[in-house]
Design a protein around this ligand. Structure first.
Ligand SMILES: *[C@@H]1O[C@H](CO)[C@@H](O)[C@H](O)[C@H]1NC(C)=O
Ligand SMILES: *[C@@H]1O[C@H](CO)[C@@H](O)[C@H](O)[C@H]1NC(C)=O
Ligand SMILES: CC(=O)N[C@H]1CO[C@H](CO)[C@@H](O)[C@@H]1O
Length: 438
């Protein structure tokens, strides 16, 4: 069954008034400063004012009467007032949901370092037994976290039997909640839940695999870099996020929601991604205050431990430290692909410790969420795992990516996969999990 999203009406409304949690002011901002009814534009920092409500979950407002130089426009008056917002991190302990505990994660009441993996394809399988087989093997191996694609954006309905989640066509977004749509993700969540594996569900790709931002651009215009501020694209994206979060917000199988896979905004001021991350993460917390939220970025833009090499620079529009300060982001993420970044494999150890130090300074755990090579997996990746396990501030690692033998043959291999039951699996899963538990 296909569910239509009434997009056009929303877009018209958003053009005049900023929606809940949207940006409504700040240096360099030129959009509307008026919030929708019931929400007021409140100062966050010089670069960012945001539409908030005093009844927002987990948010308390304190109005300061001290001298202020910043004007905040509200819908009801033009009074100058500086408002500071303190948002309590929503992932409270003891709720049965995965949470942070200082610089570590807590899963099912256990605070520890955790190992996991990535599988972009598991939500696109059509055979339930294949899904169950993977979760059986994850549980048996001690891999506690699996990161999956919660998106599958298309511009045209694919041939029968091909799974897709979100059709973006001629300015209209349609969410596929049918048997070849989000019901496949439903099965993944149910299977994970039955085996105590926790899922990170990601909402959009920077890259064009499974549609991504490029699919929104095809349907709504603009470009990949303007995607973050394009009203029509963001309205469709938020409607999609809401549809997915609403399905699983009560599930203990969700580890965290993730904004995007490797968001980049090449050549953009770091405020573009900062503002989008702040708006989107607050929006997700408003839908679900019980689960954690993370960005899904590569960890670019970092002065701590920088050797000046490309990943440490700000050219992709990311500032790792700045974004970590956002209170609706529970933990940091970073990836490691020396062969794509023009660095040595050994350089990766410094990349890991730099992020650990930045995370420790910010008081939030770092998830080393993707790392991979195309050959010599054990030789190259085992030292990274050892470094991560021994670095304060690094709380878990997820290798890219999990492989298994399914009913039709081997699961997809994008070049970095190693398979269940191989000697690489023994080295990087069995031995690693044993080291964690010892
Ligand atoms: C991903 O981000 C980079 C940097 O902005 C951009 O060059 C690239 O085109 C993006 N990918 C897609 C598919 O849009
Ligand atoms: C990155 O963020 C940090 C912390 O907010 C800040 O000190 C630094 O100037 C920023 N750098 C860039 C290039 O945005
Ligand atoms: C701790 C930290 O780095 N906070 C910064 C986050 O980003 C905003 C916007 O650029 C800055 O104002 C904060 O100082």
């Amino acid at each position: 069954m296909l569910k239509k999203v009434a997009l056009l009406a929303l877009v018209n409304l958003a053009a005049a008034q900023v929606g809940a949690y949207g940006q409504c002011g700040g240096v360099g901002y030129s959009g509307s400063t008026t919030c929708v009814s019931g929400w007021t534009c409140q100062y966050q920092n010089d670069w960012y004012s945001q539409c908030l409500t005093s009844s927002a979950v987990g948010t308390t407002l304190t109005t300061k009467s001290s001298t202020s130089t910043t004007s905040v426009k509200t819908t009801t008056s033009t009074t100058t007032a500086k408002v500071t917002t303190t948002t309590t991190t929503a992932s409270a302990s003891g709720t049965g949901f995965p949470t942070t505990n200082g610089l570590k994660f807590e899963i099912d009441g256990k605070t520890s370092y955790f190992a996991g993996s990535n599988s972009y394809w598991i939500g696109f399988l059509t055979n339930n037994a294949d899904v169950d087989l993977v979760f059986d093997h994850l549980e048996e191996s001690g891999l506690r976290i699996l990161r999956v694609w919660g998106f599958n954006d298309v511009n045209a309905v694919p041939s029968s039997g091909t799974v897709y989640y979100h059709l973006l066509k001629d300015g209209t977004a349609t969410i596929n909640t049918g048997a070849d749509g989000l019901q496949r993700l439903d099965y993944v969540v149910a299977s994970a839940q039955a085996r105590n594996v926790k899922l990170i569900i990601n909402f959009v790709n920077n890259w064009s695999d499974y549609g991504g931002m490029a699919a929104y651009v095809t349907a709504f215009g603009g470009s990949q870099t303007s995607w973050y501020t394009n009203t029509a694209a963001q309205t469709a994206y938020q409607a999609y996020v809401k549809a997915v979060v609403s399905r699983y917000k009560d599930s203990p199988a969700i580890f965290a929601w993730e904004l995007a896979n490797e968001p980049r905004c090449n050549g953009c001021d770091t405020s573009v991604l900062y503002n989008w991350i702040k708006t989107t993460s607050a929006y997700i917390k408003s839908l679900d205050s019980k689960h954690m939220v993370a960005i899904g970025d590569e960890g670019f833009g970092l002065s701590t431990g920088s050797d000046g090499s490309y990943p440490y620079t700000y050219g992709e529009g990311l500032n790792f430290t700045m974004n970590l300060s956002i209170d609706t982001i529970d933990f940091a993420t970073f990836h490691l692909y020396p062969s794509s970044w023009g660095t040595t494999n050994d350089w990766g150890n410094g990349w890991i410790t730099s992020h650990g130090a930045a995370c420790a300074a910010a008081g939030k755990p770092c998830l080393f969420e993707e790392y991979g090579v195309t050959s010599d997996h054990c030789t190259i990746e085992a030292p990274w795992q050892k470094t991560a396990l021994g670095t304060n501030g690094i709380a878990a690692d997820l290798y890219w990516q999990y492989g298994d033998t399914l009913s039709y043959g081997q699961s997809p291999d994008d070049g970095n996969t190693f398979y269940y039951g191989t000697s690489d699996f023994t080295c990087l899963v069995t031995d690693h999990v044993a080291a964690i538990n010892s």
